[in-house]
Design a protein. Structure first.
Ligand SMILES: Cc1cc2nc3c(=O)[nH]c(=O)nc-3n(C[C@H](O)[C@H](O)[C@H](O)COP(=O)(O)OP(=O)(O)OC[C@H]3O[C@@H](n4cnc5c(N)ncnc54)[C@H](O)[C@@H]3O)c2cc1C
Length: 446
């Protein structure tokens, strides 16, 4: 007897092991790493039993919620891989504007349920990403420039600690662990079984602008985007995506898409908030120009997901920066020149300047976020495309403040993701709550 949940654990020689292991990773590039046993929890008691099992047998633990870690962080050699994707309950209390949500709940599913009650949460921009990994790392979602990284809306968490205890943690209970849970990301050292969330009223108006430019105009577009970055209304998410084709706009040559969601109290306010984007010096040469149109979550998700098809192989890397356009442009030119075919893409996200954040492990961000998504279908192309994101970011490393854990590639390119003070405190809190190192840490750290 293994004391693990009956019928829901798979040792390496068991039928179903490989299926259970591979199912924990959304990226078609499933890591070659093999845990000793994969456990699928369906309730908190399974989590407690698994943690105690690992403790008794001296095994390390990796935890998976939605499996959207690009690097498959939770899949390590040896130890236990604990899959909590089935902990996906959701209780919404509209009167107190709070919800208790399991880590296996998809962010887009949560957003849909809230919208039905005229409520809102800064859930991620993509379908499939679950709130477990998303909230631990920060969480850059709808209207996050106003509401903050989503972890600022985590009021408390239910966790199982390294010694198998069930705790509720918040600002008054185990405050250190609560501090760590909002930003430790894939290095968190307990299992989250539920998040207690603060909700918001649904913004009366959601809309967006859309511009598509030929990629030859990059030398005008990015310096302009940098020059207006501090003035972009915080209700506007200015995202600039470059790729070798824009099928949605009927473009089979390289293009730059500027799709910017906006949240406001009225259509007039929304259009006014977006009007700065009309000042692009290349505006008259836009292939598509829609200064404002109403939109809804379903339309947005469909648009975003066209860049992230499932069944493809992904390799990502990223950086935060406040560098000038002059300093950034040589690196951007290299990114565009070396970019693999669509749907590989380069994202420029206008984020800062940010307000003072809560006191939490999440402690590093900057004005501009650059992320590279290598996307291809055939394993035979791994050698050609898998290094594109990392190599280009490494060449621009002198311009980076640090990286986001959302698109982390720490195993291949360790880089700062929290302030030095936060890193030191994370180490101290880990030593208190996980003295034996039961939970895997980040795959790399600076
Ligand atoms: C297509 C796609 C789109 C994305 N879009 C966005 C976006 O718009 N905004 C954004 O901020 N991020 C985005 N991301 C990044 C995403 O938020 C992170 O990869 C996040 O970690 C995924 O959460 P998950 O639960 O699905 O993944 P998982 O792979 O299950 O979790 C990631 C890591 O978090 C830890 N973890 C997960 N669950 C638990 C738990 N219950 N207890 C303890 N530790 C746990 C583990 O270390 C795990 O390896 C996107 C990723 C993809 C693949």
């Amino acid at each position: 007897m293994s004391e693990l949940p009956a019928g829901r654990h798979f040792f390496r020689d068991d039928v179903g092991y490989e299926e259970a292991r591979a199912a924990t990773v959304w990226n078609a590039r499933t890591p070659q790493r093999c845990p000793d046993v994969v456990v699928q929890a369906t309730e908190t008691a399974d989590v407690v039993a698994t943690v105690r099992y690992a403790q008794r047998h001296g095994l390390k633990i990796g935890v998976r919620s939605g499996g959207h870690s690009w690097a498959g962080n939770h899949v390590r050699d040896g130890g236990v891989l604990l899959d909590v994707s089935r902990l996906d309950g959701c209780a919404i209390d509209a009167s107190s504007r709070t919800a208790v949500v399991g880590p296996g709940m998809g962010g887009s599913v949560l957003a849909g349920r809230l919208a039905a009650q005229d409520l809102f949460f800064p859930a991620g921009h993509c379908q499939g990403v679950c709130i477990g990994g998303y909230l631990l790392q920060g969480g850059y979602g709808w209207n996050s420039r106003v509401l903050g990284p989503a972890c600022e809306s985590v009021l408390g968490l239910d966790v199982v600690t390294a010694d198998g205890q069930c705790l509720h943690i918040d600002r008054d209970n185990h405050a250190d662990l609560y501090w760590a849970a909002r930003g430790a990301g894939p290095g968190f050292f307990a299992v989250v079984t539920a998040f207690h969330l603060e909700l918001y009223p649904r913004p009366p108006v959601c809309g967006s602008s859309l511009y598509v430019y030929p990629i030859e105009l990059a030398d005008e577009i990015y310096p302009w985007a940098r020059s207006i970055s501090a003035d972009v209304d915080r209700r506007v998410e200015l995202q600039i995506v470059a790729s070798r084709a824009v099928p949605g706009a009927g473009l089979d040559t390289p293009g730059i898409v500027m799709a910017s969601p906006v949240f406001a109290d009225s259509e007039a306010e929304a259009a006014a908030a977006l009007s700065l984007l009309e000042t692009c010096p290349a505006r008259e040469r836009a292939l598509v120009a829609v200064p404002y149109a109403p939109a809804d979550l379903d339309t947005w998700y469909a648009g975003v997901m066209s860049n992230y098809p499932s069944g493809y192989r992904y390799a990502t890397d990223n950086m935060w920066t406040s560098a000038s356009a002059d300093d950034l442009m040589p690196g951007i030119a290299r990114i565009l020149e070396t970019m693999p075919p669509h749907p590989a893409h380069f994202l420029w996200l206008n984020w800062g300047p940010s307000p003072q954040r809560q006191d939490m492990a999440y402690s590093l961000e900057d004005d501009i976020y650059l992320a590279l998504y290598g996307v291809w279908r055939d394993a035979a192309d791994d050698g050609e495309y898998a290094g594109w994101a990392r190599t280009n970011m490494a060449q621009m490393e002198h311009l980076q403040t640090g990286v986001q854990l959302a698109d982390e590639n720490l195993g291949e390119r360790p880089a700062p993701f929290a302030s030095p003070e936060a890193m030191a405190r994370l180490d101290r809190v880990r030593a208190d709550y996980d003295p034996d190192g039961r939970f895997h840490s980040w795959m790399g750290r600076p």
